[in-house]
Each structure stands twice: as structure tokens, then as C-alpha cells.
Design a protein around this ligand. Structure first.
Ligand SMILES: *Cc1c(COP(=O)(O)O)cnc(C)c1O
Length: 369
């Protein structure tokens, strides 16, 4: 029996059901399925939310990433630097434009890209860096922006897990040249299907993404470049507009829940996540480490507590990227953490009682096991 689920999207749906259904009905009755008012309004509101000037809705976060690289002119023969411990989509986007992924280990305490190890990976072929705001915590952007300036590199923020997170008071999405968001249902701002967006201050880049994402055209049947089809649809945009009204509140609830875990967890075998001094962490995931992960997970599972691992295999050790021929030991922190990390249940609607139940179980892990 499940006592504490890892994620429950139904509770949130029930809390906004009436609003969502009437917004969806409106889209249906207007038959505004692709493009239209809701998409345009959502783009304006989400640009505003991310403190960026422009927003272009696309089909998903992975498309957002590769379209961003494409719009920046990154392609065959180029290298793009990112973190070894990201979700594979970041790296797939680099492959999708024909460029070569170059990986960097992660920071020991924040799990984001280790900014002290970026420079040593730069070559003449390097064109861009993709810092990932992993688990909802921004990467250390100042040093990254400095390196990018010195080496003339573009910065693409992978903000798929970090809607509304802040770096030194600035929202993610407003810092790099361009930023990519996912609205996959489980993300902090989740659609009821796939969705994504690119935000930027740069009008030229926004126009390029717009062109690429809809068959190379702004005006229907006038095609400027060979493009693709990657659009946010009207139903998803209408749902996202409803959810955007609540995201601040939900982020507060996530942060509050993380704080409750922080206060209650006191098993010395468990390393808790930290919020970097520079950051406002939005806790897409609450990730702890333990040396006895297998036992830990099955112990919690026996108590009905679901957990996740984000992610068990660093990109360079996955079958998908065997071709990079990066030997084990190259990214020691990412590799070690791949074996130690566990994501605990965390979502806005998780109750204090549930967090207490999980924390108590974890605090008794040694005694009981
Ligand atoms: C979810 C995610 C993506 C991809 O987004 P999709 O909408 O699922 O394509 C990219 N990067 C990171 C870090 C993610 O978590």
C-alpha cells in the first residue's frame, strides 16, 4: 500500500478543476487548437514571469533546447558543454543539432555544474554552455557568464526543473542568452500533456525560434527557411495560464515542505540538500544522499513510501552515449552521486503529517534495518 506517493498530480487538478475545465471548454468552442489567443497570452505572461522579454511556446522542453541551439547557429563540428549528471534530454538536444556534447562534473554541494571545471573543457570548437538548474536550484551563473564572455560562448539555461527559481534575485531564464523550459506534467509548472517554451531578451533569437518552430514561417504559407513543427497547443496554453496564477503559491508550498524535511531529518547517514547562498531554490526535487541506497529505498518502500532516483546513470555511462568513449572515473562526483542519491516525495500538496511520517521512518532507518 502506498502511504506517501512520490508525486500526486490529481490533488492539484482537483483544486483547480472548475477553472481548468472552463478554460479548456473555451478553447474547444473556439476551435483554437493550434496557436490563437491562449497561446499568445500565455507567452506574454510567461515571459513576464521569467523576467525575459520574449517567450515562444514549443512542443516540449527537449525541442526548446535544440531549437535554442539551432537558433544560435550551433551545429556539426561544434562542441557544447553541459553537466554530466543532467537528465539526458539536455545532451540529446546537443546531439540533435549535430554538435558534440562535452561534459563537466557537478559541484559537490549544489549538484549543479562545477564552474571551476568548465574552462579546462573549452576548445576552439566550443560554442555554447548549457548550465542546468538541476532539481530547482540555479547553477552558479556569474562565473558561467564570465567564462562565456571571455571565450565568446553562448549560454543556454536549461530551466526545465526551475520555473521561478532565482539567482541573486534574478529569475532563471533572464540571465543567459536564452533559456528553455519544460511543461511536462510532473514539472513545477506542468501542462496536461507535453509543452515547452524558450525565453530570451534577444528579439532576433526569439524570431528565429518562432520561424524554426512553425515551418519557417510567420505569415502562413510564406516560408523563409526550412523549419520544423514544434508548437505549444491552445489547450495546453489555456491550462498553463490557469496554473501560472498559482505557481508562486505552489513554489512557497514546495519550499515550506523542503524546510520541514530539513528540520525533521536527523539521520547522520543522510545528507540533506542545501540551498546555495546565491539561490532561491524551487525544489522540483528534494534529493538526499545515503551510502546504503538499495536498503534505504526498499526499507521506505516497505513502509509505503515511494522514492525516485534522478538520475542513476550519469550521461557518459549510459548506453546512449557509449560512443563518446568517456571512461568510468572521468566525472567522479557525478558517478558517486549516481549511486547515492534518492529523491524523497515532495510536491506542493504533500501534508506535514506525510513529511513527518517519511522523516520518522528515515530517522529510524538504522534501528529498524
Ligand atoms: C524534463 C527535462 C527536459 C526535457 O523536457 P521535456 O519537456 O520532457 O522534453 C530537459 N532538461 C531537463 C533538466 C529536464 O528535467
Amino acid at each position: 500500500m502506498v502511504t506517501v506517493p512520490f508525486l500526486d498530480l490529481k490533488i492539484q487538478y482537483e483544486s483547480i478543476e472548475d477553472e481548468v475545465m472552463s478554460a479548456v471548454k473555451k478553447v474547444f468552442s473556439q476551435a483554437a487548437f493550434i496557436g490563437g489567443d491562449e497561446v499568445q497570452k500565455f507567452e506574454e505572461e510567461f515571459a513576464n514571469y521569467s523576467q525575459a522579454q520574449y517567450c515562444v511556446g514549443v512542443a516540449n522542453g527537449t525541442d526548446a533546447l535544440w531549437l535554442a541551439l539551432k537558433a544560435l547557429g550551433v551545429g556539426q563540428g561544434d562542441e557544447v558543454i553541459t553537466a554530466a549528471n543532467t537528465f539526458i534530454a539536455t545532451v540529446e538536444a546537443i546531439s540533435a543539432v549535430g554538435a558534440t556534447p562535452v561534459l563537466v562534473d557537478c559541484d559537490k554541494s549544489t549538484y549543479t555544474i562545477d564552474v571551476t571545471k568548465i574552462e579546462e573543457r573549452i576548445t576552439e570548437k566550443t560554442r555554447a554552455v548549457i548550465p542546468v538548474h538541476l532539481y530547482g536550484q540555479p547553477a552558479d551563473m556569474d562565473p558561467i557568464m564570465n567564462i562565456a564572455k571571455n571565450y565568446n560562448l553562448k549560454v543556454v539555461e536549461d530551466a526545465a526543473q526551475a520555473h521561478g527559481a532565482e539567482y541573486k534575485g534574478k529569475r532563471v531564464g533572464s540571465i543567459g542568452d536564452i533559456a528553455c523550459f519544460s511543461f511536462y506534467p510532473g514539472k513545477n509548472l506542468g501542462a496536461y500533456g507535453d509543452g515547452g517554451a524558450v525565453v530570451t531578451h534577444n528579439q532576433d533569437l526569439a524570431t528565429k525560434i518562432r520561424l524554426l518552430s512553425q515551418h519557417g514561417s510567420i505569415e502562413k504559407y510564406v516560408h523563409e527557411v526550412p523549419g520544423y513543427n514544434s508548437r505549444l497547443d491552445g489547450v495546453q496554453a489555456a491550462i498553463l495560464r490557469i496554473k501560472l496564477k498559482y505557481i508562486e503559491e505552489w513554489t512557497k508550498m514546495r519550499r515550506k515542505n523542503a524546510e520541514i524535511y530539513n528540520n525533521l531529518l536527523r539521520n547522520p547517514e543522510v545528507t540533506k540538500p542545501i540551498e546555495a547562498e546565491y539561490s532561491l531554490h524551487v525544489f522540483h526535487l528534494y534529493v538526499i544522499r545515503t551510502k546504503r541506497r538499495k536498503a534505504f529505498i526498499s526499507y521506505l518502500n516497505d513502509k509505503g513510501i515511494q522514492t525516485g532516483i534522478h538520475y542513476p546513470i550519469p550521461v557518459h555511462l549510459s548506453n546512449a552515449y557509449k560512443g563518446l568513449e568517456i571512461p568510468i572515473g572521468t566525472y567522479p562526483v557525478a558517478e558517486k552521486y549516481g549511486n547515492d542519491i534518492v529523491s524523497l516525495p515532495l510536491f506542493p500538496e504533500l501534508t506535514k503529517e506525510q513529511i513527518k511520517f517519511v522523516s520518522n521512518a528515515i530517522n529510524n532507518f538504522d534501528k529498524d534495518y
